[in-house]
Design a protein around this ligand. Sequence first.
Ligand code: ACO
Length: 423
Amino acid sequence: MSSASLSLDGNNFELPVITGSEGEVGVDIGKLRAQSGAITVDPGFTSTGACESAITFIDGEKGILRYRGYPIEQLAEESDFVEVAWLLLYGELPTAEQLKVFRAKLTYHSMIHEDMKKFFEGFPNNAHPMAILSAMVCSLSTYYPESEYEETHDDNIVRLIAKVRTLATYAYKKSIGQPMIYPQNGLPYCANFLHMMFAVPTEEYTPNPVLVKALNALLILHADHEQNCSTSTVRMVGSSRANIFASISAGISALWGPLHGGANQAVLEMLQMIQDDGGDYKKWVQKAKDKDDGFRLMGFGHRVYKNFDPRATILRKMSDEVLAELGVNDPLLEIAKNLEQVALEDEYFVSRKLYPNVDFYSGILYRAMGIPTNMFTVMFSIGRLPGWLAHWKELRDSDSRIYRPRQIYTGAQARDYTPVGAR
Ligand code: ACO
């Protein structure tokens, strides 16, 4: 296919067609307005491609997810988060030397400026850690004011991936009134996070290898998902040439919403609510189907996956294994499985192709690992960070223009102003 034609009020317009490396077809309407005066309208961007990208491929009908061509199943099973971060950022698996240097840099940059600790003191104890994380990531730009220069981008990418763990765990420690724990240079990325999260100054802490493995897999599964809401936000903000810290901070804010990354917290709260209500999950399935009831089954449905979410399949299996290894018997896991079973057989969910998404099981796992519910979306942010950064870098390395959608105006037509006394 090389072109498409659009007929508008009897005029014919030829539109070029772009084909991706997996055969995806896009009609390029970039010149449509200049040629015809008309724009296309697609609220929610269901059929709109915002860019060409070489980072992640998703086939929602077949349940396929690949980072730089590598299947998510292989990466989750065999790789670790730092290696996947490199892959997303630079397009190829790193050599042993590249990986060694990257790991060393992540260790070297893991501390935050001591002055930043004062910022944490200003937040109320019950502040949501996503608000703190977003504010702190933006604040990093005040320490690296040269971030507008291209030659600083790679250093700032490393700084962000290294420091996000420290910022996240400081937010948590602040919320429970414990002293902040400094990163330890002898620990690899995920073990260091667990150390800062769970160690206390009065005791030795050795990260449990089961938790380290599970955390690596969880972060890999969340590491990128092409043009989702938060990644599109990062690209949108980055397109104005805003600095890398401001752009990522905006992505964190977008991720926070319950229809996006905030769903993992919402799923756990929903499961808890069903249990507290007596465990009658069928009643809640009925409520989710009732259009007069605002309740939705959190963790179900996805804009892109219309068969199954491959990440949910991996996480379902992992939840069974990790909970067994940790000796955790969580009644919420039972409710989750029952809910999934009922929903998967119900005509409402089947006909709308609503399947469990990545967030349906991630909360159960995080809970078993001892991560508190209000930190779940922060965990998602840590995982998604390399993806955001890869997209930001791809955008800035290209000759992209500022993102600026059009609209169809539906407001009042021109009218004359009247002074307040005359109205
Ligand atoms: N429970 C009940 N009904 C649902 C659900 C749900 N979780 N999700 C969608 N539906 C219904 C809608 O009511 C609608 O029904 P209708 O056609 O009769 O009006 C239909 O399914 C299509 O739903 P939309 O909201 O139009 O689908 P959209 O693609 O815009 O939204 C979304 C996708 C936001 C994920 C939605 O399915 C949802 O709200 N799910 C729950 C929140 C959630 O789990 N979000 C995490 C997404 S994954 C991620 O971001 C990491």
